[in-house]
Design a protein around this ligand. Sequence first.
Ligand SMILES: [Zn+2]
Ligand SMILES: [Zn+2]
Length: 495
Amino acid sequence: MRFIIKDELLIPSNTAEYSLPITKIPTIPQPPLNPNFAYNPDLQQLLSGKQLLIDDIPFSIADIQTHYQHGYVTYRKGIAYNGKQPICARCGNKDPMWFATFPCARCGETCLYCRQCLMMGRISECTPLIGWNGPVPDTLSPMKPLEWRGMLSEGQRVASRHVVEAILANQEHLIWAVCGAGKTEVLFEGIEEALTAKRRICIATPRTDVVLELTPRLKAAFPNIPVASLYGGSEDRHLYAPLTIATTHQLLRFYQAFDTVILDEVDAFPYTVEKSLQHAVKQARKPTSAMIYLTATPNERWQRECRSGKRAFTTIPARFHRHPLPVPGFVWCGNWQKRLQKNKLPPNVIQWIHHRILANKQALLFFPRIPMMEKALTILRQISPDIEAVHAEDPDRKNKVQKMRAKEIPILLTTTILERGVTFPNIDVAVVGAEDTIFTESALVQIAGRAGRSKDHPEGGVTFFHYGKTDEMIKARRQIVSMNQEGIKKGMINQ
Ligand SMILES: [Zn+2]
Ligand SMILES: [Zn+2]
């Protein structure tokens, strides 16, 4: 699409001789809001707090343009330039490697576009990002929207209070809660306060699994509040809701929308490696807003910032059931990869498996990579044919996890895909090849955190089989031990 500027207005025109792609127009005028204009409430719902492409909007360009001319819609450049350097306004991409050009039918020029956020629809030099500048939709909120009547543990109560304080004061706060502490409940009070104050709130997470798990829990806790649940392919895409649960990817469509963003699993892939997702979270917040981070395993830099007082945080050092976290044992297993090549596993690993099968105790066995795991599977099936293996691309993944829950699988071999998010009530956990670089401190803490989660079976064994201890293994164990010590000191763990 091309535009001209006429009477201090941006006007779509593909024919005018002096028309330009939006990127090449120096400044985009924003007409003042006309309070007498009868705006379309459906467009208001769709665009509030968003930055959408024309293709995402089921209204005509003429409709959108009229709203712009009365001050209700904004046009922003999809691609802006800092000198000669292009910047994608949606995903923040500045890397020349991630831009390309194509002969564009919309503007009739060779048009530069962003490859990094292409999966959300193409942003090029002639693409406006469309947003809302009018009043926000009015949402009714009951005085006491929270219907959850559970009890918080001592640790949860303290964290919950700090969440409320941070939300009301528009501050940043980290909740560092051990695996199994029950971090979702810690949010309820803060969400209630935000909703009653008519503040728009978003729970974001890098993982679709987490969105799917959180949605029914939040809907049950706030039954009279519209909840939008957003992930690739979800149906709530156009729903305006005071409470949104979204993958960080989906936040690329939002712009200055939320008074509070709660980021769950801040240390999880791909958020940690994809700058565009960090950019998405940042720009989805209003300029003045609160930010709550949740994690069981903050990275080293964050841990350091916590210790040095640079980052406001609250720990929940103990699990809801008041038992300590299982501390991993380190067991040397020699050159296990060499053995695997000869279709053998280390004897102590075999023995570990035998013990679990005999004792009828389910277990997760983690491997650094799929081919090694597949080899081990063939060997272990001689012990029990019911043993299974699962990895990220496994089409049968959900079914296998289900069968594990139903206790139909005695031992499940897995890559790091099951390191977080899944709960089996009574399992032991082991890692084969814990020295591999894929097993970072945070991965190992998460893996250990799979054991002993239920109050009926608070104990679970955690064994790291290795061919040489790593710093990451040592740091992981140290983190677990120190959380247990803190939990005991604060009287949150039964002794
Ligand atoms: Zn173009
Ligand atoms: Zn982009």
